[in-house]
Design a protein around this ligand. Sequence first.
Ligand code: PHE
Length: 344
Amino acid sequence: MKEKLEALKAEALAKLQEVSDPQVLNDLRVKYLGKKGELTEVLRGMGSLSAEERPVIGQVANIVRGAIEEIIGTKQEVFQQQETQNRLQAEKVDVTLPGRRLPQGGIHPLSRVVQGIEDIFIGMGYRVAEGPEVETDYYNFEALNLPKNHPARDMQDSFYLTEDLLMRTQTSPVQIRTMQAMKGEAPVKIICPGKVFRRDDDDATHSFQFHQIEGLVIGRNIRMSDLKGTLQQFVQEMFGPSTGIRLRPSFFPFTEPSVEVDVSCFKCGGEGCRLCKQSGWLEILGAGMVHPNVLRMGGYDPEEFSGFAFGMGVERIAMLKYGIDDIRHFYNNDMSFVKQFKGL
Ligand code: PHE
């Protein structure tokens, strides 16, 4: 039996020595040490041994097992190291390679101005409302106290699609749409940014398509002083804390009284410069108290509710703010223009 064990050891060690594949190593481990392995097989015969022989053979068997286990262990370690090496090699990253430069995008100056204005009013509790760019005559004019043949319609020369449909000339129809959707609930506090369209010959300061932002507040006891305070707060956040406003009487059919709002020139601080044409003031807003007819049309009783509205041109503000001298720059998709605003 001792010889058998020695032979088994010699054979196992010789085979294991040559193994170069982890799978084969595992097969051999099962073959020699497994439950049905050859060593177990030999040891099963121990029962027939005499009491003296048994411990001797037992010791030999342990030595054989130890030798086989040792070589398997060593081999396994080698294989594992190899595997790690291979993976390190395969997944190697060359950290010295120069990176690929991705072109950096920027936010268009008009979007930047819209977002800035939205942020300020959202901070005052307003929500953003939107409406369709193709509007009915009713929402664009009639419901805003501009019946057919009203002379004030001439202020906004329109693109009609049919007799009743037009490209909206202002964002004010969103006022009516929102009021009607609110079904008489108060307060209404919205800001509506969007594209508007007017028949105009394009030049440095006119475009047939531009952007407005409209604001509307409806509630109980809303007064002209609320409008003034709101706009004062807005211009300070938008143009700087020392900016002031000036209201001049004006006319819009959907507000009464109506005002034109100027801000003190943020470039010269009111001293007079080229930007403000030496006047110290920049005209940027139309505003007023919502006309009772408009409240009624929106579903609010003018005896109980009052409100104010204001509207401004996004292009004009962007031009003043960034010193842009031609409105057409905004729409030409000229990269050298747009690139100046990246990262601003
Ligand atoms: N919609 C007006 C315009 O385009 C601006 C405005 C809005 C005036 C809201 C008063 C109140 O001229």
